[in-house]
Write a protein that binds this ligand. Structure first.
Ligand code: SF4
Length: 462
């Protein structure tokens, strides 16, 4: 048998030509940089049925993932998808929000910068496999909560905040740059990362370049970059705007809404519960979209699919998808849970995450008010939500750990058996309901209650 370029190591980044082994076979990721038609998405789903096990994921970053491939079928999927002439992403991930260029509330259109960075980075090899650049124009749908090695956020028509590592809130703000400097600066930072090896990430650059080695320099100093990256990027201080007092990220809207866009276009966001659906179910929605005259679709953030069409068509599709079990509303509690594939789909999982998540959505709706993502993960790797969460449930070898205000790998405040997990969640939801102050959301209430009292409620201690 021909040797496959399979990415079998855990932690590797799956791709169309380098699928990753999971509990239900190989997983191939299809990353798109433009919209496709509903008919094309339906065709991808048919390929998932013929080459995989018929399960399709939409990742938190809006990538399609085909599951259950074999060593024999994976190359066929690769060839068949490439034969469709889709706008596939090759090389570095440079991501823009899905409504970019169509959103009247956008401060600046991020697409030209993103394209220039893609082109400038084409020859930069050897970067970390999951390296990501986000260019966010500041519209209604934002990438603020997605991790990025390098993030650009529009602060004005021609001014971009550059953030290294983390989310928009947790990352290291390098500075605000004039647009003319942005591409050279980002390419310079990517070359710097390349020189640090294929494990280096944006946060490493922030720590080493701007803090440890330049302790006498303010993070916003132009010297911080130009001194440490000679020959890579040099910033003229006259182009630097300094850090802005209003740099806190605006809360991003949920994609599960109806959006009015430019040129009388609308978009409706729908999504499979917990980011995963049977291919037949997605095909049914795509067929209905085609029947309604919807011409384009983008897989998008938060495990969503954005369909673009007339207002009437979008509303009709929302009703159809809702009747068929999809998340279609920002207040659906299922949209406020980040659950990885779990058992049995992933061979690292020790718990059936979707079973816990579905019960939690049905039983703890008032806890899931949209102020935080309940993280339900099959192991401490935390694929579905790499960031800290107000509350996380994590499968361990023989039970489930509960973590407050942290990542799945952080210190738990309690352990419960798998069988008791949903009952425990109900106790925590009851506690939040009884403790919640007027105008306080669940995330703030959980933080105020604190780990000790959460542990007492979880374990039934007085
Ligand atoms: S977080 Fe979930 S999907 Fe990721 S490796 Fe662990 S069990 Fe598998």
């Amino acid at each position: 048998m021909t040797a496959l370029p399979l990415s079998l190591q855990r932690g590797a980044c799956p791709a169309l030509s380098a699928p990753m082994m999971t509990g239900d076979g190989l997983l191939a990721r299809i990353a798109l940089i433009e919209a496709i038609s509903p008919a094309q998405l339906a065709d991808i789903c048919r390929l998932a049925l013929s080459h995989g096990n018929g399960m399709v994921d939409i990742s938190a970053r809006g990538n399609l993932q085909v599951r259950g491939l074999s060593e024999t079928s994976a190359p066929h999927l690769d060839a068949d998808v490439r034969g469709m002439n889709l706008p596939l992403r090759e090389g570095l991930a440079v991501e823009v929000p899905p409504l970019a260029g169509m959103d009247g509330s956008e401060i600046a259109d991020p697409r030209p910068l993103a394209q220039a960075i893609r082109e400038g980075a084409r020859d930069i090899t050897g970067l970390a496999p999951k390296m990501a650049v986000v260019v966010d124009g500041g519209g209604v749908l934002r990438h603020s909560d997605l991790l990025a090695d390098i993030r650009l956020v529009a602060m004005g028509k021609h001014d971009w905040k550059l953030v290294l590592g983390g989310t928009e809130d947790s990352g290291f703000v390098f500075n605000v740059l004039r647009e003319t400097l942005v591409v050279d600066t980002v390419i310079g930072l990517l070359k710097q990362l390349k020189s640090l090896g294929n494990k280096a990430r944006g946060r490493d650059l922030a720590g080493g370049l701007l803090v440890n080695e330049a302790t006498h320099l303010a993070p916003s100093s132009s010297l911080a970059l130009s001194r440490r990256s000679a020959g890579v990027a040099t910033i003229d201080p006259s182009h630097m705007l300094g850090t802005s007092p209003s740099m806190t990220a605006r809360k991003a809207a949920s994609p599960f809404n109806l959006f009015a866009l430019s040129n009388h276009l609308h978009a409706i966001g729908i999504g499979p519960a917990f980011g995963q659906a049977k291919a037949e179910d997605i095909i049914a929605v795509c067929d209905e979209a085609t029947r309604l005259g919807i011409k384009s679709i983008k897989p998008a953030l938060d495990h969503s699919l954005l369909f673009f069409g007339s207002e009437d068509a979008c509303r009709s599709l929302r009703d159809f998808a809702g009747d068929n079990g999809f998340v279609t509303s920002s207040i659906d509690p299922r949209g406020h849970i980040a659950a990885c594939s779990g058992s049995p789909a992933c061979n690292s999982a020790t718990i059936a995450t979707h079973e816990i998540a579905a019960k939690a959505a049905a039983e703890c709706g008032d806890l899931l008010d949209g102020s935080f993502k309940l993280h339900v993960t099959g192991c401490p790797k935390g694929c579905a939500h790499p960031q800290p969460a107000a509350l996380a449930l994590c499968g361990t070898a023989d039970r489930v750990s509960l973590i407050a205000q942290g990542k799945a790998s952080d210190q738990p405040f309690a352990f419960v058996s798998f069988a008791d997990t949903n009952a425990t969640l109900r106790h925590l939801a009851d506690l939040v309901r009884s403790e919640r102050r007027p105008s306080e959301n669940s995330a703030a209430c959980l933080a105020r209650i604190g780990s000790d009292r959460l542990a007492a409620a979880a374990t039934g201690r007085p």
